[in-house]
Design a protein around this ligand. Structure first.
Ligand SMILES: Nc1ncnc2c1ncn2[C@@H]1O[C@H](COP(=O)(O)OP(=O)(O)OP(=O)(O)O)[C@@H](O)[C@H]1O
Ligand SMILES: [Mg+2]
Length: 515
């Protein structure tokens, strides 16, 4: 395609962060009215490239053409003026504001323009009618589920006149149903001539939604394909640089005694709404219990209560036979409870701290010291560097701030810390969110190895494939309650019905904890 026919053409883009080459000599042309996929391992430089196109990072070299015209994008405001919109990997909304206020913040002229609010309200109604982007204008953003917050971001970009919409891992936070809806919307937008650039780790999304796909590795473009002329296997090999290993479902081992036991757990929010209803479960040494469910049905609260971050309204939590319901999170950790939180940005890492300090978070007592109070930084750094190599965290630099790692590498760092703590029980929330296909395989293998070493693992994931391939038994949550138990071999349709709260409680396939 000539650059003229392209909605966006990037030529020779280069960007370094110190010694790290994030982008090197990148050429990319995206056809108007198409959905163009970008894939690549964690740290490949995808977000950096998108931030350059959105004007929030300046390239060291190279040029950008929009609709055939070379432009300089010195800020997001300039990118917006050229019709570029972006939905970030981590949302950028003002949480305490309403939907309409967030929309006004982004609009030309801002909230001061007379009639702006009325205009924004009618625009919102228009987007709802045209694309199914329905939103309550007066809802406060922080009260909205993640799927709707993302919808606010999309509507905000459209309201600012985006003709080119960049989405950076938009489905990482969505349920499969929400993701399907998003793709319907993206197809309609593309059908109207808007151009969509989609960054994702999920190859089935690439195969289902895109027209072309660009593969990045270590800062460079290594391949581009027409989607119709490739398949997930080839893309995986291009991303990894080698073929994806095929793995059988790990055989179930003998299980031991009960390590984690939860009984009668209930939780009400400030408004009296029941978020958890009488939840009971056990996890034994040497097994992975998966909790499946559409997100927002109490799974997050369940993990937070067991981890000691939230106090339940009723019920108890026991670890190795000891009641830990009133212990702090730190005390629970000391007793051998690990936690890979769902939200690594908020709970897993402290972005301003170095990777090395994040690697010892929550575990300060076991940390090497020189004297009573003084941390032995050299020893901590060396240990962290070894950990980073073992978990392929890139770049393996313990002194780099946590915030300066790509999203997937942050997640690998949290997984490394929690798994290497050799916990008796491990709580795992969405462990592979935002993680590339190679790292997903690696994290899955580590979880199975930990299980085989006797750890009791409670795994919450919205990825059914993940639960089905890892869990020894599956509990299904719906509206705050456990509505069924199934074997991992149960048909997906059966699981889906239970997740939707349509209670065909499987009797044939129901599995209880082995005794
Ligand atoms: N602000 C920054 N300062 C220093 N290094 C950075 C910064 N932002 C990104 N990097 C580095 O640049 C490289 C590319 O990162 P980028 O976030 O673009 O990767 P990505 O392909 O989006 O990865 P992921 O799939 O994990 O989101 C990484 O090595 C990252 O550590
Ligand atoms: Mg990224």
């Amino acid at each position: 395609m000539s650059d003229r026919a392209a909605a966006v053409a990037l030529r020779g883009i280069g960007k370094r962060f110190g010694a790290v080459v994030a982008n090197s000599d990148i050429d990319l042309a995206v056809r108007r009215g198409s959905i163009h996929g970008i894939v690549g391992e964690n740290g490949a430089g995808k977000t950096t490239l998108m931030n350059i196109l959105y004007g929030s990072l300046q390239p060291d070299r190279g040029e950008i053409a929009i609709g055939g015209e070379t432009v300089r994008l010195r800020s997001p405001a300039e990118a917006i003026a050229h019709g570029i919109g972006m939905v970030h990997q981590h949302f950028m909304l003002v949480d305490r504001f309403t939907v309409i206020e967030n929309l006004l913040l982004g609009a030309a002229g801002g909230p001061l323009l007379a009639g702006a609010e009325a205009q924004a309200r009618s625009a919102l109604a228009g987007f709802a009618a045209a694309y199914g982007l329905t939103l309550d204008p007066d809802a406060v953003v922080e009260d909205l589920p993640l799927g709707l917050r993302q919808r606010v971001e999309i509507v905000k970009a459209l309201h600012r006149g985006a003709e080119i919409l960049i989405l950076d891992e938009p489905t990482a936070v969505l349920t499969p149903q929400e993701a399907d809806h998003l793709f319907e919307i993206l197809r309609r937008l593309a059908g109207e001539g808007r151009t969509i650039i989609l960054v994702t780790h999920k190859l089935r999304e690439i195969m289902a939604a895109t027209e072309r796909v660009t593969v990045m590795r270590r800062g460079a473009v290594v391949a581009e394909r027409a989607t119709a002329e490739t398949d997930a296997g080839e893309l995986a090999a291009l991303i990894l640089g080698h073929a994806m290993p095929q793995r059988a479902r790990p055989a179930r081992r003998a299980v031991g005694g009960v390590v984690l036991e939860v009984a009668g757990l209930s939780l009400r929010d400030a408004g009296g709404q029941e978020l958890l209803r009488d939840v009971a479960l056990t996890v034994r040494s040497g097994e992975i219990v998966g909790v499946a469910g559409i997100s927002g049905n109490g799974q997050s609260e369940l993990l937070e209560i067991i981890a000691g971050l939230v106090a339940p309204s009723a019920g108890s939590v026991a670890l190795n036979g000891r009641d830990i319901t009133t212990l702090t999170g730190r005390e629970r950790r000391r007793l051998g409870l690990g936690h890979i939180p769902e939200d690594r940005q908020r709970m897993g890492l402290v972005p301003q701290l170095s990777a090395a300090l994040c690697a010892i978070l929550g575990d300060q007592r076991k940390v090497p010291r020189r004297g009573m109070m003084v941390l032995d930084h050299a020893a901590i750094d060396a240990a962290t560097e070894a950990l980073m190599h073992a978990y392929d965290v890139r770049p393996p630099e313990p002194t780099r701030d946590a915030s300066k790692f790509s999203g997937g590498n942050q997640q690998k760092l949290v997984c490394a810390r929690e798994m290497e703590g050799r916990p008796a029980a491990l709580l795992v929330g969405q462990p592979t969110r935002g993680v590339d296909i190679g790292a997903i395989d690696f994290i899955h293998q580590r979880l199975v190895a930990l299980r085989d070493a006797g750890c009791a693992i409670l795994l919450v994931s919205v990825e059914l494939d993940e639960i089905r391939s890892l869990a020894d038994r599956i509990l299904v949550m719906s509206r705050g309650a456990i509505v069924g138990a199934v074997a991992p071999t149960a048909p997906e349709a059966e699981l889906g019905l239970m997740m939707a709260g349509i209670g065909v409680y499987a009797t044939q396939t129901a599995v209880t904890a082995p005794s």
